[in-house]
Ligand binder design. Structure first.
Ligand code: C2O
Ligand code: CU
Ligand code: CU
Length: 423
């Protein structure tokens, strides 16, 4: 729907029940339905507005994860929507084609609301991506794959599953786009999967059952310079990857997850995520373009400040989130070098609002190709030093902060988060 040149979306957060399992309906939350929400699609240069109505009986917010936008539109914990109210954020899309997503961000309630079903994808398109030989027919050969782990109790309700681990609740059942034991009928030679780890704690390492090679083409904030032939792609909560895989005529193959570390994946080390079923006479797909995007070399020479972030326990730099404390202030239209280190044996990740960053080095070395593109969330291996080049363009606001935090949602809710102003 386009009104006066503005693309308008409507989201209504509502409660309901969803049939996942035979034990009975599961009480859930969803946008415009009972579980998850519609995929929003917008193009670079478009002005978008989302009318978000809260039909829940509690406050919520909607955050546009990965989006470059003014702080007041970002949907962080300072933008609660009261029950019955409608929020109208509006901004202009000014970033490359990418797989972004949206989810609630109410302080202390994020995990509960996301786990109940509030999340959806937000796809960005641009003319450069549109000109490339890639599968891009949404729902045909370009497929959103929202991966979540859940557990069910004997009456069908979501349960605590495998229990509260050090990093949150891990489930024993994988849902893809809200579907248990899913399969995908692939009608084309190649299919593009937009993988989103939409779980609150579980780490995945996506592979195919026969270890076939696929092309990694994009990470959180957009296309890589060139396809990276890969046999696995690890994703921590909140991270995305776009892959293109070839499926032979009549073939059956499982997309699986293999635990990067069994200790982080209680319940199963290797499990099926989704079956792919090739058509008997697949329609032809183009070969993946050998060059995908021109990425500027990340150059720290113009960085104006260095900051360091130590992730430990449920703290960042020994502090817990305080809604009334701004942790630091950044000057608009500048770049900074942020050094991030996870001091714990616990898994943590690091996510920054408003921006897509580049990884300069990990322990002094260049990042692997899968981490060399645009990122907004990164898994932190213990004791390694991640140097990130972080840029904050365009939007200054002396009153509304942006967030940075661990994207394991229980950690975030526990206060493993801070806030900064761009002025
Ligand atoms: Cu995906 Cu601050 O969140
Ligand atoms: Cu975010
Ligand atoms: Cu954490």
């Amino acid at each position: 729907l386009v009104i006066d040149g503005v693309r308008v979306f409507r989201l209504e957060a509502q409660s309901g029940a969803t049939d996942f399992v035979s034990q009975g309906p599961t009480p859930t939350l969803g946008y415009n339905g009972t579980y998850l929400g519609p995929t929003l699609v917008a193009a670079r240069g478009e002005t978008v507005r989302v009318d978000v109505t809260n039909s829940l009986d509690a406050d919520t917010t909607v955050h546009w994860h990965g989006m470059h936008l003014p702080a007041a539109m970002d949907g962080g914990p300072h933008s609660p929507i009261q029950p019955g109210a409608t929020w109208h954020p509006e901004w202009t899309i000014d970033q490359p084609a990418a797989t972004l997503w949206y989810h609630p961000h109410l302080h202390g309630e994020t995990r509960a609301q996301v786990d109940a079903g509030l999340a959806g994808m937000f796809l960005l398109r641009d003319p450069d991506e549109a000109a490339l030989a890639l599968p891009r027919d949404y729902g045909v050969d370009d497929i959103p794959v929202i991966v979540q782990d859940r557990s069910f109790s004997s009456d069908g309700a979501f349960s605590g599953g495998l229990g509260m681990q050090f990093d949150g609740v891990l489930g024993d059942t994988v849902l893809v786009n809200g579907t248990p034991t899913p399969h995908l009928d692939v009608a084309t030679e190649r299919v593009r999967l937009r993988l989103l780890n939409g779980s609150s704690a579980r780490m995945y390492d996506f592979t195919f059952a026969d270890d076939r090679t696929f092309d990694l083409i994009a990470t959180d904030g957009g296309l890589l310079e060139a396809p990276v032939p890969s046999t696995s792609i690890p994703l921590s909560p909140g991270e995305r990857a776009e892959i293109v895989v070839t499926i032979a005529s009549g073939e059956r193959v499982a997309l699986q997850s293999r635990a990067p570390d069994p200790a982080l994946n209680a319940g199963a080390a290797t499990f099926d995520v989704m079956q792919l079923r090739g058509a008997d006479a697949p329609s032809p797909s183009p070969e993946v373009a050998p060059v995908l995007a021109e990425l500027p070399a990340p150059d720290a020479a113009h960085s104006v400040t260095e900051r360091s972030f130590v992730m430990s326990g449920h703290n960042i730099n020994d502090r817990q989130m305080d809604m009334s404390r701004v942790d630091f202030t950044v000057n608009v239209d500048t770049s900074e070098v942020w050094t991030v280190r996870n001091e714990n044996p616990l898994p943590h990740s690091f996510h920054v609002h408003d921006t897509q960053f580049r990884v300069l080095t990990i322990d002094g070395a260049a990042p692997p190709p899968r981490l060399a593109g645009w990122k907004d969330t990164i898994a932190l291996e213990k004791d390694r030093v991640y140097r990130l080049l972080v840029t904050f363009d365009d939007y200054a606001d002396p009153t509304t902060p942006y967030m940075y935090h661990c994207h394991l949602l229980w950690h975030e809710d526990q206060g493993m988060m801070g806030q900064f102003l761009v002025v």
